[in-house]
Design a protein around this ligand. Structure first.
Ligand SMILES: *[C@@H]1O[C@H](CO)[C@@H](O)[C@H](O)[C@H]1NC(C)=O
Ligand SMILES: *[C@@H]1O[C@H](CO)[C@@H](O)[C@H](O)[C@H]1NC(C)=O
Length: 238
C-alpha cells in the first residue's frame, strides 16, 4: 500500500468515523445515514486498521513475527474495533488449493517460513482461503469487525496505474474472474458474524478508465458494500 493508498484509507476511516458511537455488536444495519447496532439501535463507529493479506504469500502480514493473538491485541490497544483485511482475487480463483507453506517455498521465503513455524505453526499447512478465514475467526474471538477488501487480482503490492490490475479489461483484471472471486469470497465468509462489510475493489485506476483528465491514480472509486442489512455506498475519492 503506497502513501496514496494510506491517504485514501485515512479518508475512508474519517468518513466512517462520522458514523459515530462505541457499540461492539456485529449486527449492523442502516438508519438514514447512520450505521447502527441492529439490537440496540445505537450508532456504531468503525475504527479500522488496514491488515494486508493480498501479497505474494496470500497470508495476513506479520504472522512470522508474533503470535496472531498478540497482533490482534494491538488493535485493541490502539482503540480500533475493525480490520480491513485485504485479499487478492487469484487467492480464490487460482490458488485456493495451495498451502501457505507451498507459497513460502515457491518464493524462497525461508526466514518468513521459520518465523511462522515459530509463532503460528498451525497456519503453515492451511490453504490460503483457510488461513484467511482463520484470521477472520481469530479477530472475531477478540470482538474485532472485518471489512473484507478485494485489493488486487494478482497477489502482489498494489497499486500502479500500469500494473495489469488497474481497471476492468487489464491483463489481470478480467471482469468475469473478478465476479467469480467476489462470489467465492461471499461463500467463504457467509455466516461469519464479524464480517460486516466487503469492499468490492480497491482503487480502480489506469488508462482504461473513462474519467477524462483523471488518468492514473488520481480518481479512485471504491465500492463499499455493507454486509447483512442492506446499505451500499459509493465513495468517490479524488
Ligand atoms: C481445488 O481442488 C478441487 C478438488 O480437487 C478442484 O475441484 C478445484 O478446481 C481446485 N481449485 C483450483 C483453483 O485449482
Ligand atoms: C528459489 O530458489 C531456486 C533455487 O535456488 C531458484 O531456482 C528459484 O528461481 C528461486 N525462486 C524465486 C522466486 O526466487
Amino acid at each position: 500500500m503506497g502513501n496514496h493508498s494510506q491517504l485514501i484509507l485515512l479518508l475512508l476511516m474519517s468518513l466512517l468515523a462520522v458514523l459515530a458511537s462505541q457499540s461492539h455488536s456485529f449486527q449492523l444495519s442502516a438508519s438514514n445515514r447512520w450505521l447502527v447496532d441492529s439490537g440496540s439501535g445505537k450508532r456504531v463507529k468503525l475504527r479500522c486498521a488496514n491488515w494486508p493479506a493480498h501479497m505474494g504469500v496470500m497470508l495476513a502480514e506479520g504472522l512470522d513475527k508474533q503470535p496472531i493473538n498478540h497482533i490482534i491485541l494491538q488493535f485493541h490497544n490502539l482503540g480500533l474495533n475493525c480490520v480491513r483485511l485485504t485479499w487478492a482475487t487469484f487467492m480464490l480463483t487460482r490458488y485456493s488449493n495451495q498451502t501457505v507453506k507451498q507459497a513460502l517455498d515457491s518464493l524462497n521465503l525461508t526466514d518468513a517460513k521459520a518465523g511462522i513455524a515459530k509463532n503460528n505453526l498451525n497456519v503453515l499447512t492451511m490453504t490460503h482461503p483457510q488461513s484467511y478465514v482463520y484470521v477472520v475467526d481469530q479477530l472475531a474471538a477478540q470482538n474485532i469487525m472485518v471489512l473484507a477488501d478485494n485489493h488486487i487480482s494478482e497477489p502482489k503490492w498494489c497499486c500502479a496505474p500500469d500494473d495489469g490490475n488497474a481497471f476492468f479489461g487489464d491483463t489481470n483484471f478480467d471482469p468475469q474472474e473478478w465476479l467469480q472471486g467476489l462470489s467465492m469470497a461471499a461463500q467463504l465468509l457467509k455466516g461469519k458474524p464479524n464480517v460486516v462489510a466487503m469492499s468490492l475493489r480497491n482503487e480502480l485506476r489506469g488508462r482504461l478508465q473513462n474519467a477524462e483528465g483523471l488518468v492514473g491514480n488520481m480518481c479512485n472509486i471504491r465500492l463499499l458494500l455493507l454486509w447483512g442489512n442492506i446499505l451500499s455506498n459509493i465513495v468517490v475519492e479524488l
